[in-house]
Design a protein around this ligand. Structure first.
Ligand code: FAD
Ligand code: SF4
Length: 492
């Protein structure tokens, strides 16, 4: 249980960041992992409160009090065993998870929560460095074949679980590299891609086959969604070859802003801008990369994706970066008795914001302004208006109209749904939001209306988090295993 009086003796310790002027010069990670002694002190702060709300606050139900205790006692090897028992990829979540576990930590009721994410990060980084993360090939093969469509965290987690259960798993990915949004959405400065590469090597050693550049089904014509496919496979061909198919294609349709001037050059979806930069960091030579260098950049959308556009624009050397959020500014500090153990709404300042960014709240974009002369056809600014909440609805405040200068506008307002044509090619029913319809319980869980076709991750639940994708991938793997074998020993 850590140290009995640890929570009274020690303060929460945040992970360090490299200084801004240094880190914006490159694309590398800049978070400084806790040292062994620092992680031990954090572990000592765990109260062993008896009802670990952190454990249910964590979507993969990491057994947090146990690994806190093991780290406090210096038993790092068992700590990684405990961590891996619920989470296939703690190096992903230890870097990019927003840590709802910490909001739920009992110490967070009237103190600072245990730095759970930083402990997770330290455990898995040490485990890789020590060579404790080894392939775990199945002892016996089942002779069953499973196709996983999409190689984001949901597909990777599912494939690893299914291969360890003895099935022959092939992952089909339309893009040229594996990883989904871990690879092409999340910038390298938040998570370097070597973390994905070594998991691919581990999974290959466990028998997983990766087929990149292969689209299953169809993409809409003229789409801006990243698609490097050189080959297409039909759902029928796939179903004929495999005993089960798991769709983990994500939620790739970006929310648009159809106001006058949307067609102008210089107005792009975040998911046109970010994947290009990740490809360049990976060594690809791109023609006509969208660059923020020397430009006045406006990012529309206040979430993770918007924040990643801010960090990327600053690394390009933008002249200015401004981020718009439609909703009013939330409070700086949450009302803990009201919100604990749930995820509170409060002002969140990301490491990218700290690197330089003006933030505007309660602001709506009415029009993109077209340039004239040499700027004809290009965006040169935005017309905005302030909005306020009235009876639960956002209404415009008269007299607050304003113009902003902008040479590059990045739309980061979230994702509305998976690509409909892929679901339609399979004949899969959609829910009211356009996601693939399948509950976590009905028909054994994660099963669509189409025989032997399952779905998990953002494609089923809508845009979400890496940790939720891992959970869904793990649970869907169990459902597929049960479907194939009649029962399953895989964890839920
Ligand atoms: C810019 C950005 C930043 C984010 N930052 C964070 C963060 O910091 N923390 C966090 O927790 N979450 C973050 N998220 C959300 C998180 O990345 C997603 O919730 C998560 O990746 C979803 O996983 P997934 O496996 O369901 O789908 P995805 O990661 O979207 O992967 C789906 C994969 O399926 C492939 N695919 C789709 N259709 C087909 C087809 N027909 N044939 C073959 N392949 C196909 C796609 O090419 C893609 O590779 C971020 C999202 C974005 C866009
Ligand atoms: S995966 Fe996320 S929620 Fe779970 S313990 Fe790690 S940081 Fe917390």
């Amino acid at each position: 249980m850590g140290k009995v009086t640890g929570f009274m003796e020690y303060e929460r310790l945040e992970e360090g960041y490299e200084p801004v002027p240094q880190r914006v010069k490159n694309w590398k990670e800049f978070v400084i992992t806790l040292g062994e002694d620092q992680a031990k002190v954090q572990g000592a702060r765990c109260m062993d409160c008896g009802t670990p709300f952190c454990n249910s606050g964590c979507p993969v139900n990491n057994i947090i009090p146990d690994f806190n205790d093991l780290v406090y006692h210096g038993d790092w090897k068992n700590a990684i065993e405990v961590l891996h028992s619920t989470n296939n990829f703690p190096e992903f979540t230890g870097r990019v998870c927003p840590a709802p576990c910490e909001a739920a930590c009992t110490l967070n009721v009237n103190d600072d929560p245990v730095g759970i994410k930083s402990i997770e990060h330290a455990i898995i980084d040490r485990a890789w460095n020590e060579g404790w993360v080894a392939p775990q090939p199945a002892v016996a093969k089942t002779g069953r074949k499973v196709a996983v469509i999409g190689s984001g965290p949901a597909g990777l987690a599912a494939a690893q679980q299914l291969a360890r259960a003895g099935h022959a798993v092939t992952i089909f990915e339309k893009n040229s590299r594996i990883g989904g949004l871990l690879r092409y959405g999340i910038p390298d400065f938040k998570m370097e891609k070597t973390h994905i590469d070594r998991r691919i090597a581990q999974m290959q050693a466990e028998g997983v086959v990766f087929r990149t550049g292969v689209l299953v089904g169809a993409m809409p014509k003229g789409t801006k969604i990243t698609n490097d496919a050189k080959e297409t496979i039909s759902p029928e061909a796939l179903k004929a070859e495999f005993d089960a198919v798991l769709l983990t294609g994500g939620s790739e349709t970006s929310r648009d802003l159809p106001v006058p001037g949307r067609e102008l050059d210089g107005v792009h979806f975040a998911m046109e801008f970010l994947p290009q930069q990740n490809k360049v960091v990976a060594g690809d030579k791109l023609k006509g990369q969208i660059m923020a260098t020397g430009k006045h950049v406006i990012v529309i959308g206040g979430g993770d994706t918007g924040s990643d556009c801010v960090g990327t624009s600053n690394r390009h050397g933008a002249a200015s970066v401004t981020q718009f959020e439609l909703m009013p500014q939330p409070p700086e500090v949450e009302d803990k008795p009201l919100t604990w153990p749930y995820w509170p709404t409060k002002l969140r300042t990301s490491s990218s914001h700290e690197e330089g960014c003006e933030r505007e709240f309660a602001i709506a974009t009415k029009e993109f302004i077209a340039g004239t002369g040499k700027d004809k056809g290009r965006v040169v600014g935005l017309k905005t208006v302030h909005v306020e909440l009235q009876n639960g609805k956002l209404v415009e405040v008269p007299g607050t109209e304003k113009e902003y200068k902008a040479d590059l506008v990045l739309l980061a307002m979230g994702f509305v749904a998976p690509v409909g044509s892929v679901l339609e090619a399979f004949g899969i029913e959609k829910d009211a939001r356009g996601n693939a319809k399948a509950t976590t319980e009905e028909r054994g869980g994660y099963k669509t209306n189409v025989d032997k076709v399952f779905v998990a991750g953002d494609m089923r639940r809508g845009q979400s988090l890496v940790v939720w994708a891992i959970r869904e991938g793990r649970q869907a793997a169990r459902a597929v295993d049960e479907h194939l074998m009649g029962s399953s020993a895989l964890p839920r």
